[in-house]
Design a protein around this ligand. Structure first.
Ligand code: ADP
Ligand code: GLC
Length: 476
């Protein structure tokens, strides 16, 4: 099969969250199964920072609402997969992908409509006729309508005679691509499509249009596929999703064990470990504690949080119980960035408990690896979690996750088997779950080690999920 995988971010070229990891690993798994898949993303400045030679392929123009805009596509091969980069200085040569801090760029609709159109024009320019175009999240959500309502309606040669199947993946329904109605001309679609296909409480909603127009809808866990059809987790789109439930499939993400494996991790101080010999983990813990100036005490549990600081991740619960957890005689290491009020709290916590808390505000992939390896428990009390990759990484590192039972967390963690779970979104139940984990860690060491080994031996590799994705690609 020929597949074009369209993503606003692909690791290591650009990453703000788990989608980038998926966009790197899933195409690799599918290519290894013998299919012609290539990936396409915008060319942000970070692409050149990776230091991989990029070759030019095509230059063309894109018809936008305000005239023709130039695009150039270059590409690089990364881990066997061709990754294409759509270049336009004005739209993508900026430091943030989608905005600066928590302020979105005001021209995001224009930027990503351009990206979607450039993806289709690229296919024409290089005569790449995909069987499947796989779009991911709101930044690519205009593509299904543009393809169906412009290219196919107007009998564009390539996309009229060939009819690529469009798969749309929802990685997070909280980000839908909402824009003021006045920006409608940017989509260059006839006005009569606005009301039914895009309108959402008086605004343009790109994800709504993709849910209506994609041939196949996918989200990143079975539980999340159910949750998003409910009022609690549907963010207003539950009705639109229910209408298309026969085309909506939940397939869990996988883990790229070439990157996340304690047996060969390049970032863990040169120390490695496996289920057969866990001694390296203790060594990494003590090196991590000393790097962050915390006293070394092997028997004291080290709790970790690595997350975007957004309400989704249950940061409010962490804040509510943080001091209580430290009074259970634990250490806490926190890595993340995001909302200022969350950062302010963690900075306060560090000042108050300098000998118990380590904090890194910002993005740091190396530290993310060290934390997975050095911590004992990984906190993920998410309010909602479409899939979650970090809990699957921590399983591989024998760092037992403490999670709220939602989305992909409910599909991957079993209480007392490979982690600790709670259901009610309340500080009390979260605190109790951590307390139970601390009790097992301190007083039932054999049970703890058994759980670690179970977690480390579980297989969440992409092999299985990629096979299921291929079935979606191939389905009628
Ligand atoms: P989400 O996509 O909702 O942020 P996931 O668990 O799917 O959550 O993926 C998060 C990814 O981002 C993981 O690879 C995690 O290690 C990484 N990550 C999150 N925050 C940081 C950070 N501050 N520094 C480095 N990596 C981070
Ligand atoms: C989103 C979700 C996360 C998921 C990731 C990759 O960012 O928040 O749960 O793992 O996408 O699909």
């Amino acid at each position: 099969m020929k597949i074009l995988y369209v993503s606003p971010e692909v690791a290591p070229f650009s990453k703000t969250g788990g989608l980038a990891d998926v966009a790197k690993a899933l195409p690799k798994a599918i290519r290894n199964m013998g299919h012609d898949i290539r990936t396409i993303m915008p060319k942000y400045p970070s692409v050149m920072g990776v230091g991989i030679a990029v070759k030019g392929t095509a230059a063309f123009t894109v018809q936008m609402h305000n005239g023709l805009q130039g695009a150039a596509v270059s590409w690089a091969e990364y881990q066997g997969v061709p990754v294409c980069f759509v270049e336009n200085e004005a739209y993508f040569n900026r430091n943030g992908n989608y905005g600066i801090g928590d302020q979105d760029y005001p021209d995001n609709l224009e930027r990503f409509v351009f990206f979607c159109k450039a993806v289709l024009e690229y296919c024409k320019a290089v005569d790449f006729v995909p069987d499947v175009i796989h779009c991911n999240d709101w930044q690519t959500a205009a593509l299904p309508s543009i393809l169906k309502l412009i290219y196919r309606n107007y009998r564009d040669d390539l996309f009229f005679t060939n009819n690529p199947k469009i798969v749309f993946s929802i990685h997070n329904l909280a980000y839908q691509g909402l824009f003021p109605e006045e920006q409608w001309p940017i989509l260059t679609l006839p006005r009569n499509y606005y009301q039914n296909d895009f309108e959402f409480y008086g605004r343009i909603n790109l994800m709504k249009s993709a849910i209506i127009h994609a041939d196949c809808l996918h989200t990143v866990s079975a539980t999340y596929a159910h949750e998003i059809q409910t009022t609690e987790f549907g963010f207003g789109l539950q009705g639109v999703l229910q209408n298309r439930k026969d085309h909506l499939h939940g397939v869990l993400n996988g883990v790229d064990y070439e990157e996340w494996d304690p047996a060969g991790d390049p970032y863990t101080y040169g120390v490695h470990y496996s289920p057969d010999d866990l001694s390296g983990k203790r060594r990494i813990k003590s090196l991590l504690l000393s790097e962050y100036h915390l006293p070394e005490q092997e028997e004291v549990p080290l709790l970790a949080l690595t997350a975007r600081f957004v309400p989704q991740k249950g940061i409010d619960l962490v804040i509510a119980v943080a001091e209580g957890l430290l009074h259970l005689d634990t250490r806490l290491i926190i890595l993340g960035e995001g909302a200022h009020h969350y950062q302010d709290f963690f900075e306060w916590l560090l000042r108050r408990y300098p000998d118990r808390v380590a904090l890194y505000v910002g993005y740091n992939n190396e530290l993310a690896h060290k934390i997975q390896a050095g911590a004992d428990m990984f906190l993920m009390p998410s309010h909602f979690e479409p899939c979650g990759l970090t809990q699957m990484y921590s399983l591989k590192y024998g760092t037992l996750p403490i999670v709220r039972l939602t989305g992909g967390l409910a599909d991957t963690i079993q209480d007392g088997v490979n982690g600790f779970t709670f259901f009610d979104y309340s500080p009390h139940f979260f605190y109790e779950a951590v307390k139970r984990a601390c009790d097992v860690f301190r007083n039932h060491k054999e049970h703890w080690q058994r759980m670690m080994r179970t977690a480390m031996q579980q297989d969440f590799s992409w092999q299985h999920s990629a096979t299921k994705m291929l079935e979606l690609y191939q389905k009628g």
